[in-house]
Design a protein around this ligand. Structure first.
Ligand SMILES: Cc1ncc(COP(=O)(O)O)c(C=O)c1O
Length: 599
């Protein structure tokens, strides 16, 4: 049977009886290993299971990669006479059920899997053939077998209840189904005209989110502002900078480019994507000023921002954008947007708010304070539904107060995209609001999530995690071997073992080794950051399946590993006791230490 893509039938035909090479140019190089038609001859099928190569690998081109080569061929007549083996709707129905079942089973067995993948570098890659199959299998069996045996072990399970690393990347049933619908529809929403519902549902979803998060009405799509789904907060930070450059130059940035005078303000806690945005915009890293942070809250110091802006103005530079963060990546510090906003307003500088992780927490009315100042001052704002709002990647909500600078920066209209609806000015073409031209129908998954959970369900999801993290912080504070090292207003807690008697470097090494040992155990996945130059453990609670028991277990594990490195008489990883024995020793010792405890 012919391969699922067009190349193999083309070769099969061209290498057929006539075999002549004539006057038609055909690229061969895009088929790995194809330096001649002969090289595409099939090699024998691998024995099943041999070298753990996947079962679906039937044929393999036996030459190495070559640069693209061009051949002259005599004729194209009938080149694609072999039909592509498309999956029929009936086959899709059957296979689709099987895949959905597989996902449901995966979710069910998640707690039994090691949260962090234990494979060695290159292991997954080497278990697949170097070249694609020539003939399609027309069956899912081998692929599903490979999924289980080759791919699954190479996964770190982000939906695992003990995933407490980085920030969460929630996926939920409604979101996955919405994404499936989007894939099944296969529409491309670059223009309103290419699928009006794709654009208009997205506008509705972004307006709904304005309501759900208590964001300013100016962000709604029925005024001069508006919202759009970006692929990531990194992308959103970049288009915010493009908008800010357009604003700072009265639009000249799109014709004249940047002059080298444009300055961006951030802090040491700002996500690296802001500096990357400055690089990509051609400003360079040196155009990013580091505003001081307050040592306890780790939030930007507004007075220093004002000084830096004034100094740059005096030097003839152009303060262009301030990137304030609501919920920094390291510790979820919250920059004082009210004061920062007032400075930006006075100086005429674009204020972008990066609330990638934390912004969605405002779905809880009790947490709306995190957005103080946004309504009055933010020119643009982003938050990721794909982190903590039950929507699988990618779904960054991005709003601007006035869309003219965004579309002014990003809109280009080549003839081939002209259409009556766009020309009428009555519609929004989201291609003008993003880097890419093409775009998926991502609003469907947001719609499914919001309608499935409702405001109350989303709020319960967020508030549950916040409550768990506050409880964890209480346990840490009650233990004299640990410190909570930063404010923890949301669901991230940063802690540091005290390591009495150890030098700072030694203590940091021990802290990092605790994380490494726990991650290797597969029981929990944690990451680190540095606060005040010292290594700290981040416990980021936010997977939909995480419960009180998972957090309590993670805390027990951390204490056990620290105890194993601190106290003689308690052996830990590497010693003869099991982790559970160490945990019970730690519990005994803690119980004896607790105020009012006997003994
Ligand atoms: C504050 C902040 N901004 C930006 C990002 C980048 O997010 P994305 O993966 O959506 O690009 C992150 C990621 O954690 C973040 O915490």
């Amino acid at each position: 049977m012919a391969a699922p893509h067009v190349l193999p039938p083309v070769y099969a035909r061209l290498a057929g009886p006539a075999g002549g090479l004539g006057d038609v140019q055909v690229m061969l190089g895009c088929y790995p290993g194809a330096d001649s038609l002969e090289s595409l001859a099939p090699v024998p099928q691998l024995a099943e299971g041999a070298d753990s190569k996947p079962a679906q690998c039937e044929f393999e081109s036996h030459r190495g990669h070559r640069a693209a080569s061009v051949r002259s061929l005599s004729s194209v007549a009938g080149m694609t006479s072999a039909a592509a083996p498309h999956m029929s709707p009936e086959e899709f129905r059957a296979h689709g059920r099987r895949v959905v079942d597989w996902i449901a089973q995966y979710w069910e067995k998640l707690p039994t899997l090691p949260v962090l993948s234990q494979v060695a570098p290159g292991q997954v890659r080497s278990s697949f053939p170097a070249h694609p199959p020539r003939s399609g299998s027309g069956s899912l069996d081998a692929m599903m077998a490979d999924l289980d045996s080759l791919i699954l072990p190479g996964l770190t399970h982000w939906q695992h209840p003990a995933f407490m690393a980085y920030f969460p990347a929630n996926a939920s049933g409604p979101s996955v189904l919405g994404d499936l619908l989007s894939s099944g529809l296969g529409v491309q929403g670059m223009l309103w005209a290419t699928s009006p519902a794709c654009t208009e549902l997205e506008q509705v979803m972004l307006d709904w989110l304005v309501d759900l998060l208590g964001l300013p009405a100016e962000f709604r799509n029925d005024g001069p502002g508006g919202g759009v789904i970006q692929d990531s907060s990194s992308g959103a930070n970049f288009v915010a900078l493009q908008s800010a450059l357009h604003h700072a130059t009265d639009g000249a940035s799109i014709t004249d480019g940047v002059t080298g005078a444009h300055i961006v303000y951030a802090s040491s806690q700002t996500h690296s994507s802001v500096e990357k945005a400055a690089r990509m915009a051609g400003l360079g890293s040196r155009a990013v000023r580091m505003v001081d942070i307050e040592p306890v809250t780790l939030a930007m110091v507004p007075a220093h921002l004002a000084e830096l802006i004034a100094a740059d103005r005096r030097a003839g530079l152009v303060p262009t954008m301030v990137a304030a963060t609501i919920g920094t990546t390291s510790t979820t510090a919250i920059d004082p947007v009210v004061e920062i906003g007032a400075i930006c307003r006075k100086a005429g500088v674009w204020l972008h708010i990066d609330a990638a992780f934390a912004g969605v927490a405002a779905v809880s009315p009790g947490l709306r304070w995190i957005n103080d100042g946004v309504a009055d001052y933010a020119d643009s704002y982003c938050t990721d539904a794909h982190k903590w709002l039950l929507t699988n990647f990618d779904a960054t909500a991005f709003w601007v107060r006035d869309r003219r600078h965004l579309t002014g920066a990003l809109s280009i209209l080549p003839e081939y995209l002209r259409n009556e609806a766009s020309d009428s000015g009555a519609v929004v073409d989201y291609r003008d609001w993003q880097i890419e031209l093409g775009r998926r129908f991502r609003a469907l998954k947001l719609w499914m999530v919001i309608c499935w959970y409702g405001a109350d369900g989303l709020r319960a999801h967020i508030e549950g995690h916040v409550a768990l993290s506050q409880e964890l912080a209480g346990w840490i504070r009650a233990d004299d071997q640990f410190d909570v090292v930063a404010p923890h207003p949301l669901s991230l807690v940063c802690l540091r073992p005290r390591w009495p008697g150890r030098e700072a470097d030694d203590a940091d090494r021990l802290t990092l080794s605790v994380i490494e040992t726990l991650n290797r155990s597969g029981e929990v996945y944690l990451t680190h950051t540095r606060v005040g130059g010292r290594a700290v453990i981040r416990v980021a609670i936010g997977a939909p399946a995480t419960t009180h028991d998972h957090v309590a277990r993670a805390w027990d594990l951390i204490r056990a590993e620290v105890a194993a490195r601190s106290w003689t008489g308690v052996s830990g990883a590497g010693g003869s006791s099991t982790v559970d024995e160490v945990i019970s020793s730690v519990r005994d010792i803690s119980a004896r230490r607790r105020p009012g405890a006997a003994g």
